[in-house]
Structure formats: C-alpha cells, structure tokens
Design a binder for this molecule. Structure first.
Ligand code: ZN
Length: 132
C-alpha cells in the first residue's frame, strides 16, 4: 500500500503519482493549480509557467476536489492535509503557505516529525499548541 494524502474536508485523494495537487490563490487573487512532491522534505513544485507568484508570497491552498480551504487552525501561515501511511496510520501534515518557505510538520497525537530548513519558524508555536 502506498502513502496517501487526503483532504480533511471531503476525504478526497489529493495525490497523483508522486505529487499532491492543490488549487491555489495568490495574494493578488490569481488562481492556479500547483503540485508538491509527496515526499516530506522534498520541496519540488510543479505548476504552469504562466501561473506566477513571488518567493515569500503567502498563498491560499484549496482542495481541488471540494474547494474547501486547507487552512490549519494552529497558525494562519500553515496549511493542513491528512496523510495515511503504509500501515494505515493517519497523520496531520502541516506545511507553510509562504512560497519558498521550507517548513513541514507530521503530527500524530503528541508526536511531531519536522522537515525543511525553515521548520524552526513555527516550532515553538506548534509545541505550545500541542499541549492543550
Ligand atoms: Zn476536499
């Protein structure tokens, strides 16, 4: 069984081959599709060359199936999707909505794995929010 990524709202599968698909809106309201690599910590992005945004720009992420916003309630600069691993375990995946920022968090219960050079950015905030 492969690793799957799902929308937390409609449970639709977001991954196709090695990429996870998103509908995205830029700060100046341009819309487009992007795909992010399914390997956590790999920040390869695929998109149409005409769909442009700047490094550091905050993007809104939407499910391409049900169009719900994939926002995290933990921090407004993080997006959230669900990951189901090979053993059918479910994780919350949080990642930065800021273009070019490499911060990804894989969370189950009180356990968190972190990925990316910029992951320290939200770490204190996440640690605090996990201790309800
Ligand atoms: Zn959805």
């Amino acid at each position: 069984m492969n690793i799957n990524y799902q929308c937390p709202h409609c449970n639709g599968y977001l991954n196709v081959n090695d990429y996870i698909l998103f509908s995205v809106r830029t700060a100046d309201h341009k819309v487009g599709l992007i795909s992010l690599h399914n390997e956590l910590g790999n920040y390869a992005v695929q998109k149409h060359p005409e769909f442009e945004y700047k490094e550091g720009e905050q993007l809104d992420f939407y499910c391409p199936i049900c169009h719900s916003e994939l926002a995290s309630e933990v921090h407004k600069k993080l997006a959230k999707i669900i990951m189901i691993d090979e053993e059918n375990s479910e994780f919350e995946i949080l990642f930065s909505r800021v273009a070019g920022e490499k911060s990804t968090y894989k969370i189950v219960g009180e356990t968190m794995k972190i990925f990316g050079d910029d992951s320290a950015e939200y770490l204190d905030f996440l640690n605090l929010s996990m201790n309800f």
